[in-house]
Design a protein around this ligand. Sequence first.
Ligand code: HEM
Length: 96
Amino acid sequence: MAMMSLAPACRDPEVFPDPDHFVADREPNRHLAFAAGPHRCLGSHLARMELAVAMEEWHRRIPDYRVAENGLGRERGSQISLLTLDLEWDTASTAS
Ligand code: HEM
């Protein structure tokens, strides 16, 4: 039996230029975060909606932020998740 990890496919430089950078409006973006084929994620539409709402609310309250110095945590796991991502922002720029 072979288990294939999907995450590295999303970092293939032949498909995704500059693959280690987060580009929110990357086009084209044929990623495999929700897999593909007959077992493609059944909840992807709900997940996208939830993430859009979370991002909208975050940016409404904290529009201006940055990754803290040395804030990018290590990656791990077959989905290449970040262990930590430290952000910082100026409190004067936040909405109440
Ligand atoms: C950002 C959030 C999510 C990500 C990245 C994600 C990712 C994935 C991936 C990669 C698979 C394929 C797994 C495999 O091939 O073995 C999968 C399958 C699945 N996901 Fe998600 N998922 C997310 C959210 C959700 C949500 C919110 C639901 C349900 C409400 C859901 C339900 C399912 C189900 C039922 C399958 C199995 C489909 C099948 O085997 O036919 N997922 N998901």
